[in-house]
Design a protein around this ligand. Structure first.
Ligand code: PRP
Length: 191
């Protein structure tokens, strides 16, 4: 794979996007700075509580790891695995539950950790799934939000960056399951 934070990256020959180029969208340094700010805000707001941080697989695994390591409150972790994109760069319009949470969240403070809110479909699914279990509170944090396309009837509690409506890759997000290890966030280069 290409170096982890170069300004331009070519997708590998093994990818169905082989030969296409990615250009940097948000640098690794800017992401780390913003993740620390989000963690500080969450630590402040949840002081004295012990939230369960629920990472939404696969895309949030890197953000989740960085975010929880920057918290200075007690917390637990769990994961839920959903899929809405499949192999495409546009949402399928259907959210599939591939792995449910294991923890009992009844009476708990839940913080759902997403990498990106695009159409908002996944978030609506998550809210319904969490609420039915009777938690004390449900809070949503997303590193990225496509504000101009997200169709939400409730606000996100913490957002890292508002981004334009372009397909983004890296820092946990994939192009056909590849490139999740890029340290920065990239967008497909327009010709
Ligand atoms: C991505 C992302 C979010 C969801 C957002 O997941 O991680 O969970 O799409 O899109 P939406 O707002 O339009 O619902 P994806 O289905 O690509 O699976 P992945 O996390 O395993 O890559």
């Amino acid at each position: 794979m290409a170096a982890l934070s170069t300004s331009e990256v070519e997708l590998p020959a093994s990818s169905r996007f082989a030969g296409q180029k990615l250009e940097i969208s948000i640098t690794e340094d800017d992401i780390h700075r913003r993740v620390k700010e989000l963690a500080d805000a969450i630590s402040h707001d949840f002081r004295g509580k012990q939230p369960i941080m629920i990472g939404v697989l696969n895309g949030s695994f890197i953000f989740m790891a960085d975010l929880v390591r920057a918290l200075d409150i007690d917390f637990e972790v769990d994961f839920i695995k959903l899929s809405s994109y499949g192999k495409d760069t546009a949402t399928s319009g259907t959210v599939r539950l591939l792995k449910d949470i294991s923890a009992d969240i009844t009476g708990r403070d839940v913080i759902v950790v997403e990498d990106i809110v695009d159409t908002g479909l996944t978030l609506k699914f998550l809210r319904a799934r969490m609420t039915e279990a009777g938690p004390t509170s449900v809070t949503f944090v997303s590193l990225l939000l496509k504000e101009e396309v997200a169709n939400l009837d409730f606000p996100l509690d913490y957002v890292g960056f508002n981004i334009p409506n372009r397909f983004v890759v890296g820092y946990g997000l994939d192009a056909d399951q590849k490139m999740r290890g890029l340290g920065s966030l990239y967008a497909f280069k327009e010709n």
